[in-house]
Design a protein. Structure first.
Length: 392
């Protein structure tokens, strides 16, 4: 059989592509798989970060306790994400904040050892409500709730950081910075008074886009945006409200600025301060922080609209063993994310595990028989993360 040079080259190219794809999957399969907690231990003891390995069925096993700085507070804002994970080239790191000292620690995923410590300005601490983190491959941003500043840190090799400078911020009614997320060159933040704002971070240090505004949902006086997420294409910012209901707000940010939010009331369960989009953006996961349940809403990424999906039963141990639900993490980086994890605030704390099913416009959230998994190292768990992280 005769094979032309063009045909031969095409087949060789296809074979090389196949090898690269297989190699990529092999590398991904060889990466460690963790759920990570910021234990936020008050200053009588050194605080810690706990790493749990993730089994094929999504269940968790404690792997290591890594000591960080001294000065946790076992509390603060639900939406201040005290764990942020970087997976970029050779940089595989978990960054955690220590509230009272204002310290940011970088931990190597490969060695599970602290690779660097950094602090901001003299008054940059979070003893009142914690220090939230958001980052890209070049910079980490820290929301210092005491000084009401956003600290910018340059990401350095070995999971270390270098402080660049502070940006002073404040809500329209004098509110303190709460939730914070970045996507590309835009950062979106919430304040504890109903106002929201975006910043341009193309040069590193945040510069306001001049769009600070009160959210539509906050005008009733009993709800205000807290948690925030951004879609993969950067078209929409989604806000989870601290509210007597499950209240979500969506702003079109395709212009590079916030626009007035559309409001979605998705149930009667108390509070919705922590949210997380699934990797395929079909579901928005919502912590009903004071209701002990998880809500999943259907999200249309082309229109930014939300619709009711499903609600879990009250999770095991609510009230008797723990008091609040907080941040969310996912088992997988594709589809609906596989198993869903949620921080359970107690003394000691735990991690709830829920199996997710979604098909044909219907979904279910069912707590695993192996849930919850104890975090004996934390007297007040509010923040968890996952490695590898969601791709956006």
């Amino acid at each position: 059989m005769r094979i032309s040079l063009k045909s031969w080259l095409t087949r060789v190219t296809a074979a090389l592509v196949a090898v690269c794809v297989v190699s990529a999957f092999a590398l991904a399969a060889n990466k460690p798989h963790y759920v990570i907690t910021n234990d936020d231990v008050p200053p009588a003891l050194i605080t810690s970060v706990t790493f749990y390995t993730v089994a094929a069925d999504g269940l968790l096993t404690m792997k290591a306790k890594v000591l960080a700085g001294k000065g946790g507070i076992a509390g603060g804002y639900f939406a201040a994400n005290r764990v942020n994970v970087l997976n970029s080239g050779n940089q595989e790191c978990a960054y955690v904040s220590v509230a009272q000292s204002g310290e940011i620690d970088g931990i190597s995923i490969k060695t599970l050892e602290v690779g660097g410590h950094a602090v901001g300005s003299l008054n940059d601490t979070g003893a009142s409500n914690g220090i939230g983190l958001a980052m890209n491959a070049q910079y980490l941003f820290a929301s210092f709730t005491d000084s009401n500043t956003i600290g910018t840190f340059q990401v350095r090799p070995g999971c270390s950081l270098k402080f660049v400078g502070d940006t002073t911020v404040v809500g329209l009614q004098g509110g303190v910075i709460d939730g914070m997320v970045i996507h590309g060159n835009i950062m979106v933040v919430t304040y504890g008074d109903g106002s929201i704002e975006s910043f341009n971070i193309s040069a590193g240090t945040p510069v306001s886009n001049g769009d600070e505004q009160n959210s539509t949902g906050s005008r009733g006086g009993n709800s205000y945006p807290s948690g925030v997420d951004i879609t993969q294409d950067g078209h929409y910012a989604i806000f989870g409200d601290t509210s007597p209901f499950t209240l979500i707000e969506v702003s079109d940010i395709s212009s590079g600025k916030l626009t007035p939010t559309a409001v979605y009331r998705l149930g009667r369960n108390l509070n919705s301060s922590n949210i997380l989009l699934s990797p395929d953006e079909s579901l928005l996961y919502i912590s009903n922080n004071q209701g002990g349940r998880i809500t999943a809403a259907f999200f249309d990424k082309s229109t930014g609209k939300l619709s009711k999906g499903c609600v879990s039963r009250s999770l095991k141990g609510f009230v008797s063993n723990w008091s609040y639900l907080a941040s969310l993490a996912l088992e997988k980086t594709t589809g609906t994310g596989g198993v869903l994890y949620v921080a359970e605030y107690g003394a000691p704390s735990s991690i709830g595990i829920l199996n997710v099913k979604s098909a044909g416009g219907k979904c279910t959230l069912t707590e695993s028989s192996g849930s919850p998994v104890a975090d004996p190292n934390s007297p007040g768990l509010l923040s968890i993360g996952a490695f590898p992280p969601r791709p956006f």
